[in-house]
Design a protein around this ligand. Structure first.
Ligand SMILES: C[S@@+](CC[C@H](N)C(=O)[O-])C[C@H]1O[C@@H](n2cnc3c(N)ncnc32)[C@H](O)[C@@H]1O
Length: 421
């Protein structure tokens, strides 16, 4: 069976659930006009201005995904050059202006900043949204990272929260937390006539009462959401990945079920995972193909439309299609990248020779119908499923059978059989 490379404008996964869109590219160059004035919440986590080169640790094959050391280190994205402050300010300004255009009048904007650029970000956001729309400077404090003896160790990020207008939607009751022991320790304990215990404090002539069984809600210092540990199963290997619980807190109070959440620099796709799990629609954009491939994999079982370009690497693929009673069985036999491609990456010996299906990170089988490739089955390498399924089944419906492969370098290729089945 001969296979040829084709392209399709979009890729769709039609499964039940709220729908999302994932795009590969620069948000400033993509056509997002369909989202203007419709997005309820935007989380924005741009690269910092630190000149750092961030990496993505891609596990290789069944051995790598089974807990072995087999991996390659790929570029993820670069921090902005320290010397180009003006360029960085322009970069932030243009994206924040775009974000504001996308928001609904009741929408919220959360900007995640580190110590290097939180001051710039605050000034830019004040100009774009207006100082009166500033709602919170949230401190997300964590324990991970190094310790310094030359200055106080940096153990927090700042999340700036702006509302688009005075009438923004916000419901703190969606994010109850466990009672803060610090709050109650200095308060007086009492028991009311019904036997319910409460604490009280009197300040400025006013007495405040807090019942122990009352729900409590987060303030603007978040110490209860820890950064992921080294062995956390949600870790994708993509540097700067945030924990889903952090996104949950913002999304749950700033949106209702069915609303649209957007992340214009989605990295490993954490915001979109949280949105999907909480029944929100979503829009995710990232310029990096490794970010795209990690995110695509995390959303493999989610209702999704994707817009992404295909690779122009000269790879080879072989597959077999066996027609059955109600299904076609599609067998992926081999996938080969050009031999010198890994040498150019200067990998250490631990990754070994990447041959056969080891070069495949995820593959999808489906039917091309009009301008869309509709996915019916997928197999992606994860810790739980380190071995790829070699066979996927797709229903006997109208359309051209096609296979999409995303390899360990983030190359996407779409294939159809050139002869009739
Ligand atoms: C700090 S990371 C985001 C991490 C993300 N919050 C997560 O949980 O994985 C910043 C991302 O911005 C992306 N990026 C940088 N410039 C971009 C641009 N002009 N358009 C879209 N994405 C961009 C990078 O590729 C990178 O993935």
């Amino acid at each position: 069976m001969m296979w040829q490379r084709v392209s399709c404008d979009k890729e769709r996964v039609d499964v039940p659930g709220t729908k999302g869109t994932l795009m590969l590219g620069d948000a400033l160059n993509l056509d997002l006009s369909a989202y203007e004035g419709r997005v309820q919440c935007i989380y924005f986590d741009p690269p910092s201005i630190n000149g750092e080169r961030y990496r993505f640790r891609m596990r290789i094959g069944e051995v790598g995904w089974n807990g072995g050391k087999r991996h390659i280190d790929l570029p993820a994205f670069n921090g902005h050059a320290l010397s180009d402050k003006e360029g960085y300010i322009n970069f932030l300004t243009e994206h924040i202006q775009l974000a504001k255009r996308l928001l609904t009048p009741s929408g919220s904007f959360f900007l995640h900043a580190d110590w290097r650029f939180s001051a710039h970000a605050r000034i830019i956001c004040d100009k774009i949204f207006g100082e009166a729309q500033f709602r919170n400077e949230i401190i997300w404090s964590y324990q991970t990272g190094g310790i310094s003896k030359r200055y106080f160790s940096r153990k927090h990020d700042t999340i700036l929260f702006y509302a688009k207008t005075r009438n923004h939607y916000f419901d703190i009751t969606q994010v109850p937390t466990s009672k803060k022991s610090e709050r109650s320790n200095h308060l007086k304990r009492h028991v009311d006539p019904q036997g319910k215990s409460y604490r009280s404090i009197t300040t400025g002539g006013k007495t405040y009462i807090y019942y122990d069984d009352e729900p409590s809600y987060p303030d603007d210092v978040w110490t209860d959401l820890s950064q992921m540990q080294q062995k956390d199963p949600q870790r994708t290997g993509y540097a700067t990945q945030k924990p889903v619980i952090l996104m949950d807190r913002m999304i749950l109070c700033a949106t209702k079920s069915g609303d649209i959440v957007a992340d214009l620099m989605c990295g490993s796709g954490t915001t979109l995972v949280s949105a999907a799990q909480n029944n929100r629609q979503f829009l995710g954009v990232d310029i990096g193909r490794n970010a795209y491939s990690v995110t695509r994999k995390r959303l493999a079982d989610t209702a999704l439309t994707c817009f992404a370009s295909y690779s122009n690497q000269p790879m080879m693929m072989d597959a077999t299609v066996i027609p059955g009673i109600a299904y076609y069985d599609v067998m992926l036999n081999s996938y080969t990248l050009p031999a010198n491609i890994f040498e150019k990456l200067h990998q250490d010996k631990s990754s070994g020779k990447i041959i056969g299906l080891d070069a495949v990170d995820q593959w999808y089988a489906g039917l091309i119908n009009g301008e869309a490739f509709v996915v019916y089955a997928s197999s992606v390498r994860l810790k739980q499923t380190p071995k790829l399924d070699q066979k996927l089944s797709i229903p006997l419906l109208k359309g051209t059978i096609a296979i999409l492969i995303i390899d360990v370098l983030g190359n996407r290729s779409l294939w159809t059989a050139s002869n009739e089945i």
